[in-house]
Design a protein around this ligand. Structure first.
Ligand code: HEM
Length: 586
């Protein structure tokens, strides 16, 4: 009642102010203004009366209660419809996935929610799953997500080799990357994806990759100089991820944008923002409430994400704009065909994607280029850093393999004035490459990829993945499946001896995934891995280290966006006396 009584007073006050304001403003314009103002005043008055009529109807206590009741009933109806749909969908998928064995679930509704852990125990749980279920199983996270988990080459193959036209990157893993990466190659689907892939493939051609080997050498040299100084100061145990991640970011910035960030020597806002975004994406994935945008953007993490995002996007946009300006300047002085085809021109990723054109002569828009540049940085730096760290760790744990690799590199460098790995050297490191492959199997940087399909996909044994179900292809599970690999937890580079190749199923080793949506950057990554590992072994002897914070040895794996180690991966370094071979400028 008090409210209905107060409303006329407020409205009257507003009307009074409006009339007074109208009067003042019109009367100051001319002497006859008050006469002219009479008509509009009348109109205003009648409008305000109408408004008041409506308001008093709406705001009368009885009507307000009725309105609230209607809204409440509407909301309940929507919630009921949503829940019924969810349960029907859940029942349908439970039935459709009954052809797959199902590990113990907490209840028919909760399913396996909360059972997946991004910890060492989570990985051990996958080992058990693989032991028990051999090739695949079904899995559901409440009534929300229905998964088929596969970890055997015969099951992996039909899924990864399915045509890109029926393959969809699902929201479970990729949705949270969208604000950062946009509708880029990694996330897009169908025709949009295939156009982008065609336009971006030239950026990873051998002729282009050759130019990057110099950047890999330079970035590795900077990291090794830092290590030498630390060792000289008595700090011989070093956390690998801190150093190697900065090194891969440094080299990727040089290759992608010809940008010298000096991020290995001093802090960079851009680099810190990339690291922050990677951490926040993982955080968000683990908190199911944060999966809803309208909740997430209001949280503290959501606000941090937005802040880091604006730094990253501003940086990429500026770099791309500068490249565009340079290219158009260069094209003024020579014909475009000269510019795009001259092989000796050192082009970076940004140049190539700015210049690429489809069959209709159309290139990527600025937004598309921005998305791809961000994607290269995201997909390229952490993965490669994780791979390098685990390779060095595995070699540290296996001194005899480390020595064998070192001998190979020392032989290669014989008679050279400087320690530089050239593009042509990469195929002359066969044993080192076997160790790299074995490490990618044992400690695959990416643990799993997920897919959905727009039609049913047939799997061995008469099983079918129904359209719309999420397929979680476990790279980790496949690489540790005892039905595929003997002693799967043992580091044994001889598995990759070329003479053993026939014994292996075609999809047993898939660190870069496989099929149409495989990793576009794998040749780039393999080249960088070989350069960095070879130079490291030439300059340092590695042994497993002890975390100085906890004084504990032993490593607990941490499967986040890429495979890391809890508390870091600590290695002990001994500088080798190879200075006679070193370039004094290094
Ligand atoms: C050791 C290093 C790397 C590993 C282990 C790795 C692994 C993978 C995997 C498993 C996928 C499939 C992802 C999925 O299906 O969801 C993928 C896709 C992709 N990777 Fe890599 N990657 C590495 C390095 C790189 C580098 C250096 C770049 C770029 C500079 C890159 C760019 C991409 C892109 C753009 C895709 C999406 C391809 C598509 O969907 O067409 N990756 N990578």
């Amino acid at each position: 009642m008090m409210m209905t009584a107060a409303v006329p007073v407020v409205v009257a006050a507003i009307m009074g102010r409006a009339l007074w304001f109208q009067h003042i403003s019109t009367s100051t314009n001319s002497p006859t203004a008050s006469v002219k103002a009479a008509a509009p005043l009348n109109t205003l008055h009648s409008r305000m009366s109408l408004l008041w009529g409506v308001l008093s109807q709406v705001l009368s206590w009885a009507n307000l209660c009725q309105l609230l009741q209607m809204v409440g009933a509407g909301l309940v109806a929507v919630a009921v419809v949503w829940m019924v749909r969810l349960l029907l969908r859940h029942t349908w998928y439970t039935y459709k996935l009954s052809c797959f064995s199902k590990p113990h679930a907490d209840s028919w509704l909760i399913g396996h929610l909360g059972q997946m852990q991004s910890t060492e125990e989570g990985l051990l749980q996958v080992d058990n799953l693989v032991q028990t279920h051999k090739h695949s199983c079904s899995w559901f996270l409440g009534p929300f997500y229905h998964l088929v988990r596969v970890f055997h080459p015969d099951f992996v193959k039909p899924l990864l080799m399915a045509p890109a036209s029926i393959t969809v990157k699902d929201d479970l893993i990729y949705a949270h990357l969208r604000p950062w990466l946009g509708q880029s190659l990694l996330i897009s689907n169908g025709e949009e994806w295939s156009r982008r892939r065609r336009l971006l493939n030239p950026a990873f051609h051998f002729d282009v990759l050759k130019n990057y080997v110099t950047m890999f050498n330079t970035s590795a040299n900077i990291m090794h100089d830092k290590w030498r100084h630390l060792v000289a100061e008595g700090l011989t145990t070093i956390e690998m991820f801190d150093h190697v991640s900065l090194m891969t970011l440094d080299s990727l910035l040089k290759c992608a944008f010809s940008y010298n960030s000096n991020c290995q020597e001093s802090t960079s806002d851009y680099v810190s923002a990339i690291v922050e975004l990677s951490d926040l994406v993982i955080d968000r994935r683990h908190n199911i409430l944060h999966h809803w945008d309208w909740i997430y953007w209001k949280t503290q993490q959501g606000r941090r994400f937005k802040k880091a995002l604006s730094i990253v996007h501003r940086f990429t946009r500026e770099v791309i704009q500068k490249h565009r300006a340079v290219i158009s300047q260069q094209m003024k002085t020579e014909t475009q065909s000269d510019f795009t085809t001259t092989p000796q021109k050192k082009k970076d990723f940004a140049d190539i994607i700015l210049l690429s054109k489809d069959e209709d002569g159309k290139g990527l828009t600025d937004e598309e280029i921005l998305a791809e540049a961000n994607t290269f940085m995201f997909a390229g730096h952490d993965t490669t850093a994780s791979a390098i760290c685990w390779i060095l760790y595995n070699l540290a744990c296996h001194a005899h393999y480390q020595e064998k690799c070192r001998e190979e590199v020392v032989d290669l460098m014989q008679g050279r004035d400087e320690h530089k790995i050239e593009w042509e050297d990469l195929c002359n490191l066969p044993f080192t490459t076997m160790c790299i492959r074995e490490s990618l199997r044992l400690h695959s940087p990416v643990q799993a990829v997920t897919r959905k399909y727009t039609q049913d996909v047939a799997l061995p044994g008469g099983r079918t993945v129904p359209q719309g179900a999420i397929c979680l292809v476990s790279l980790y599970g496949t690489h540790h499946n005892p039905a595929v690999w003997t002693n799967p937890h043992e580091f044994n580079p001889m598995r990759f001896d070329p003479t053993n190749k026939e014994a292996r199923a075609s999809h047993a080793f898939i660190p870069f995934s496989s099929g149409p949506r495989n990793c576009i950057g794998q040749k780039f990554a393999l080249a960088e891995l070989r350069v960095v590992v070879a130079l490291t072994l030439l300059r340092f002897r590695l042994t497993p280290g002890v975390n100085p914070g906890t004084c504990q040895g032993g490593v607990r794996r941490l499967p986040l966006l890429v495979l890391r180690a809890e508390g870091g991966l600590w290695l002990q370094l001994e500088t080798l006396n190879t200075t006679s071979l070193e370039d004094p400028q290094d």
